[in-house]
Design a protein around this ligand. Structure first.
Ligand SMILES: Cc1ncc(C[n+]2csc(CCOP(=O)(O)OP(=O)(O)O)c2C)c(N)n1
Ligand SMILES: [Mg+2]
Length: 649
């Protein structure tokens, strides 16, 4: 009987998926058809979630890393009683529907992560598992005790970001991580052996994962493997499930043709005929609804027991409830400016480290680390330990030289909830993590990026390490706020903005070299730009380490009888979000505008207008001492003053 109803549930997922894809006339039917058996076992027997409370904190996380199989997820959510309606399935891939082509994070619907770029979901799941371990160590298993499950495909397995993340997950012994690998040996263009002949389980075994292999259509075997995976608390588990892409389609099963195009009306009819399915499109047998509803009672009950425990703990241990709040509903922060001697100089990276360590005690939810550059990026929380196999309470994450996985893992920790995560490296290597950075922005995840060594002024390491185009390229990502502070007050303000931002990611772009620390007064970084020195003839907008250069250039011009206003603009995105009146007030409505930034001038015409002067470095840097580079590239007060004077005529 169980078998019959399970089979009916599997068939329902397959038919819903192919019907929706047919109706949209686009989508990927092969994977949902091939993974329906796995999914039914996982969702009906293991996954502990509550469809009436999709955002319950202690739910199991489920990530569909091969996001092209989105109809599998939407079918499951609908059948399990999440707020995804049959109408939503009929509107698959349509404008404004909650069922886009690839899943887009919508926790209120049960969509945990935005996936589609292969490998990202795999790596975000690792972040979720880190978050779970850390929070469980802090709050105990009465409050935090869940698993992270993911479905991953050949493409996920092949992507570098997944390898990086898998290596770290094995090293950290993340036992609550359970991945089902849709091992169908087919990718978009054809059979796997076209491009891949490794032994995947052996590879993962060497990463220190538990590996299991099963027939992915033998639901009993899948269940048994899942039990073993869940029982393994010390290692992550990869269950290779041998499946058939397009299962049940006589013309397309086991071929790449099942991957990314609708089956076609005729083939859909043949699939249903072979299945013995005699219903109109989008039919859901009531017994399947009942089957899933009963299965979801496991999660409903777990949640209500959790609520009861939470109330009891909150009543008996108010300090635990308070700590819970600091993690799950932190108050906005107001950060002091680190003090320096008058005329002191410091690198903004080291000021950033002081700011971080200044608020670390009062913001225990902040956790993070660097890709083997903790000391260079000044991102170690000195009062804390390393997060490791033995110490789950450590707040310093040692990502190793794995930038891309760091990006995705930070996103995963952040979207898990309860923690604010940061990831750090040299700005130039933000390129290596861009896939994750972009996805974080798309998800509106408030991840924090700390990127140091932000310009040619890192000096002798040369052009491979010197960013010129990175700031501009990052500014092009919608929703990402790029803050390039120029002194101590702006660096404190940058961290403050990052912590207080809850609906999108923030990047702190910091210098390697020392700059004047500036005064101790707060400045309005949250407004993006402000007048740093008044002036009436023209405006010079500068960011980061060029702020002091602009201020000195203005002084020189004053001696020559010119009144140059200097606008500091640490965050162009925040400035552009201000109202017209503020922007006019700062930029002086009608004054000629110049910009100064030690990087490509691309994008600055937005601020200066076409007739403005844009000073920057529109070429790769060079290996030389910073002082020489400043002279060669004309980023000195003398040179800037001269150029502005010439331009003003
Ligand atoms: C990073 C990235 N590169 C390329 C693609 C385009 N793409 C989508 S699915 C796929 C491969 C499909 O193979 P597999 O992951 O095995 O899925 P299956 O065909 O078995 O469903 C590719 C290359 C993508 N989504 N993400
Ligand atoms: Mg495949």
């Amino acid at each position: 009987m169980t078998d019959n109803i399970e089979q009916l549930a599997v068939d329902t997922i397959r038919t819903l998926s192919i019907d929706a894809i047919q109706r949209a006339n686009s989508g990927h039917p092969g994977a949902p058809m091939g993974m329906a058996d796995l999914a039914v076992v996982l969702w009906s027997k293991f996954l502990t979630v509550d469809p009436e409370h999709p955002e319950w904190i202690d739910r199991d996380r489920f990530v569909l890393s091969n996001g092209h199989a989105s109809m599998l997820l939407y079918s499951l959510l609908h059948l399990a009683g999440f707020p995804v309606t049959i109408e939503d399935l009929r509107n698959f891939r349509q404008w404004g529907s909650p069922t886009p082509g690839h899943p887009e994070r919508e926790a209120s619907l049960g969509v945990e992560a935005t996936t589609g770029p292969l490998g990202q979901g795999f790596a975000m799941g690792v972040g979720m598992a880190i978050a779970e371990e850390h929070l469980r160590a802090k709050f105990g298993s009465d409050l935090v005790d869940h698993h992270t499950y993911a479905l991953v495909s050949d493409g996920d397995i092949m992507e570098g970001v997944a390898s990086e993340a898998a290596s770290l997950a094995g090293h950290l012994g993340l036992g609550r991580l359970v991945y089902l690998y849709d091992d169908n040996a087919i990718t978009l263009v054809g059979p796997m052996p076209l491009s891949c002949s490794e032994d995947v389980p052996q590879r993962f075994a060497s990463y220190r994962w538990q590996t299991l292999t099963v027939d992915g259509h033998d639901r009993g075997a899948v269940e048994e493997a899942l039990r073993e995976a869940v029982a393994e608390e010390k290692r992550p588990s990869l269950i290779s499930c041998k499946t058939h892409i397009g299962y049940g389609s006589p013309a397309k099963q086991d071929t790449a043709a099942a991957h990314g195009s609708p089956l076609g009306e005729e083939e859909v009819a043949r699939v249903k005929e072979l299945m013995g399915w005699e219903h109109p499109p989008f039919h859901v047998p009531p017994e399947v609804t009942a089957f899933f509803s009963k299965a979801m009672n496991r999660g409903r009950q777990a949640r209500s027991e959790w609520e009861r425990r939470f109330q009891m703990i909150a009543a008996k241990q108010p300090e635990v409830a308070a700590a819970w709040c600091t993690h799950f509903a932190p108050e906005p922060v107001r950060l002091d400016v680190p003090a320096g001697e008058p005329d002191a100089k410091a690198a903004t990276r080291s000021i950033g480290g002081r700011v971080l360590n200044g608020f670390a005690a009062s913001r225990p939810d902040v956790i993070g680390g660097a890709a083997d550059l903790a000391s260079s990026t000044n991102t170690l929380i000195t009062e804390s330990t390393d997060f490791s196999k033995k110490d789950r309470r450590g707040r310093n994450l040692r990502f190793g030289v794995r930038e891309h996985a760091m990006g995705a893992i930070v996103n995963g920790i952040t979207i898990h909830g309860g923690l604010r995560a940061y990831g750090a490296t040299f700005l130039t290597f933000s390129d290596y993590m861009r896939g994750a950075v972009r996805l974080g922005a798309l998800m509106g995840a408030p991840s924090i990026w700390v990127w140091t060594h932000d310009s040619v002024f890192l000096g002798e390491d040369g052009p491979t390490h010197q960013s010129v185009e990175h700031v501009a390229a990052l500014r092009a990502i919608p929703g990402l706020w790029v803050i390039r502070p120029g002194n101590a007050a702006e660096t404190a303000g940058a961290w403050e903005v990052a912590l207080n931002r809850t609906n999108g990611p923030t990047a702190l772009v910091l210098t390697r070299q020392a700059v004047p620390m500036g005064g101790g007064d707060r400045v309005p970084v949250e407004r993006g730009g402000y007048v740093a020195r008044p002036g009436t003839d023209a405006v010079l907008v500068a960011t980061g380490s060029e702020l002091w250069v602009a201020l000195e250039a203005a002084e020189r011009l004053e001696a020559a009888g010119r009144s140059l206003r200097v606008v500091s603009m640490p965050c162009v995105e925040a400035f552009q979000a201000q109202d017209e009146a503020y922007r006019c007030e700062v930029l002086g409505g009608g004054l000629p505008i110049a910009s100064l930034e030690a990087g490509v001038t691309f994008g600055w015409a937005e601020i200066t207008g076409r007739s403005g002067l844009r000073l920057g470095i529109d070429r790769f840097g060079a290996s030389a001492p910073a002082r020489v580079l400043a002279e060669q590239f004309g980023i000195t007060p003398e040179h800037v003053a001269r150029r502005v004077e010439q331009w003003l005529g």
